[in-house]
Design a protein around this ligand. Structure first.
Ligand code: DGL
Length: 294
């Protein structure tokens, strides 16, 4: 990490968090819980969700547009709170971006490695996350002898978005997805998609009591806190009450009202408003030397 690039940043600046839509709120919620002094600017790409069925090229272009928007909001760090975007775009964004960036995959892989006893780890995620092989790669960097079994669960995201968190249909789908993973004798399962922690109970029922479920959001917030601490960028006090700029700001690319309702059911801190912005106004091209590290 080149610390010189970060000399313009200060503790008062917000953390930028983005996802393809609502799922990243599970990561934002964890950042709020672990770092109550921090301001957050959240962007949900509700116009273009899902990312999980799109190509690496498209997801990387979308991610660059969002990063440009977040940089305009003067963020001091960016959390890619989307497994698919972390799997596809993190290496490019990390390389190009003039502020520190964290994804959810490495933290999730790390937790799984410290949790497994038999070295057999399951990963569930979108088709894109599973086919990227990103979790397997990070797990093998930490634990070369681990055996990783991945299963795409494309029906989970629509089921969550339809509000079927506790429903026999979701239970049945979960059992089917879990069957092949259970045959491999896994003892640890990474919920490698931001929506999945919202159906943790259903996944837990299908997986059974003997399997530890890993939510990468928790470890991501911990790593982010550690990273900001090492860079002396942690906010040391809560923003003043009644400040004109709210502590948490939410932006979306479409359906602001619907997002707000959903967000209020996930985050208990009260989402005052979410604003729609035109993400297409931001370039999806690689960052130039002036904008980024070059
Ligand atoms: N946020 C995405 C992820 O974590 C799931 C939704 C999507 O496919 O965009 O992979």
């Amino acid at each position: 990490m080149n610390m010189k690039r970060y000399s313009e940043l200060d503790t008062e600046m917000p953390i930028g968090v983005f996802d393809s839509g609502i799922g990243g709120l599970t990561v934002a919620r964890e950042i709020m819980r672990q770092m109550p002094n921090e301001k957050i600017v959240y962007f949900g790409d509700t116009a273009r969700v899902p990312y999980g069925s799109k190509s690496k090229e498209t997801v990387t272009r979308y991610s660059r547009q969002i990063v440009r928007f977040l940089l305009e909001q003067k963020v001091k760090a960016i959390a890619i709170a989307c497994n698919t975007a972390s799997a596809y775009a993190l290496p490019e964004i990390e390389q190009e971006c003039p502020v520190p960036v964290i994804g959810v995959i490495r933290p999730g892989a790390k937790t799984a490695c410290s949790c497994t006893k038999n070295g057999r780890i399951g990963v569930i995620g979108t088709r894109a996350t599973v086919s990227s092989g990103s979790y397997t790669e990070f797990i093998h960097q930490i634990m070369p002898e681990a055996e990783v079994f991945a299963q795409a669960c494309p029906l989970f995201v629509p089921l969550v978005e339809e509000g079927l968190w506790e429903d026999p249909v979701t239970d049945e789908i979960a059992r089917r997805y879990m069957a092949s993973l259970l045959d491999h004798g896994i003892d640890t399962l990474i919920m490698g998609c931001t929506h999945y922690p919202l159906i943790r109970k259903t996944i837990g029922r299908a997986a059974g009591d003997m399997i530890s479920l890993i939510n990468p959001a928790y470890e991501t917030a911990m790593e982010l806190r550690q990273m900001l601490g090492e860079m002396n960028l942690l906010a040391d006090h809560r923003p003043a009450l009644g400040s004109t700029v709210p502590q948490y700001r939410f932006y979306v690319s479409d359906m602001a009202e619907q997002f707000q309702q959903f967000a209020n059911s996930i985050i208990k801190y009260g989402i005052l408003a979410s604003e729609k912005i035109d993400i297409y106004n931001y370039s999806g091209k690689p960052f130039s030397a002036e904008e980024g590290a070059g």
